[in-house]
Write a protein that binds this ligand. Sequence first.
Ligand code: PMP
Length: 464
Amino acid sequence: MSQSLQALDRAHHLHPFTDFKALGEEGSRIIEHAEGVYIFDAAGNRILDGMAGLWCVNLGYGREELVTAAAEQMRRLPYYNNFFKTTHPPAVKLAEKLCALAPAHLNHIFFTGSGSEANDTVLRMVRRYWTLKGKPQKHWVIGRENGYHGSTVAGMSLGGMAPMHEQGGPCVPGITHVRQPYWFDEGRPEGQDPEAFGRECAAAIEARILELGEENVAAFIAEPVQGAGGAIIPPASYWPAVKAVLAKYDILLVIDEVICGFGRLGEWFGSAHFDLAPDLVPIAKGLSSGYLPIGGVLVGDRVADTLVEEGGEFFHGFTYSGHPVCAAVALKNLQLMEAEGVVERVRDELGPYLASRWTTLADHPLVGEARTLGLMGALELIDPVSGERFDKALAAGTLCRDISFRRGQVMRSVGDTMIIAPPLVITREQIDDLVTLAREALDETARCLAPRLADEPQPEERPA
Ligand code: PMP
């Protein structure tokens, strides 16, 4: 069965973010079912899902309450739209719940079907806002290198992923990117202070604003912790300094919570961890624990008041904006998370526990840094011979990812950064397993790479 599915997959299925040729002999891994924090493949192997699907299955797999919520809503009203002057109970109740959970100034939500659509909406809203304020020239948006805000053309353009721009460009005009506060990538130069570096990155935003002309800059968009870019946790100095710059030039703050929202960092919204008060907040993924596709943009009073009072018709929306079945599942998901104290448990118990266990991996010869925040963690792989990053040609991260999967755990690789973001319902014992499996994957990666590293010139032999 799985053989024929793999053959059919190879013949007909173009996978997202995949080298179509690279499926090779082995083919795709067919995931058949899942339970709790585990996925099961067609051969019956149990795999610890260290990535909660794609950072989304916050409540874990197999929650009957979500299945029931979907089935009941599907029977009652499988579809109706929120266009013009109609809506339905699930959309209204979800809107109310989201605004109750969000910081006090976020009192409106515009629903979308995904995170990418949420970021398209952000771009539309930001530009509309400044036009309504009589400043149509204020249209530039500053994003960050390696930021990820989705795969639609606007999402790709707001994000700073160079390979996407190369393949999908030209990007939407009026968007530019500044450096991200990635201390490890900076080389962590000895004698230099990561906090000074955080301030330098904020200063780079100010420099870009002045280059573009302060009267021309509409918004700054960033993830609280850059997720797909490599689980990059900024130095403590970064966000306060960024906030000060944006306030100085009256620039809107967009915080993309598609990954960090709904408990990942131990708060309902990641921006709370960094004491941010964003004007617009794109959300998706964990909103429904990934059971059905739904996203949206939480809109702060400043922008909402203008759109509502001065905007007239907003020519924007999607067929599945606030889809009733997706909204019913999202609402139930939030209710369950609240009732079970999932977010508080990540903040008070599981996050600190993961930190204490995950950072023990820093003693592994392949690991240059092990970091966590909430239930997100990363390992920076280094060449044990040189102590520097591996030669890219070795594709050490991809190797480690594939080894890990074969040994029974999903970890994601972004270059040579290994990432974990398990379901938020993981137990302490499962965190122990996750760390043990990560160490075993590192060991096997080291064994595989050893013969190739032995061929490398040793540091003292390298040409100057
Ligand atoms: N923003 C961020 C921060 C994301 O991580 C993602 C998806 N990985 C998106 C937006 C896009 O969401 P979607 O894939 O649902 O369109």
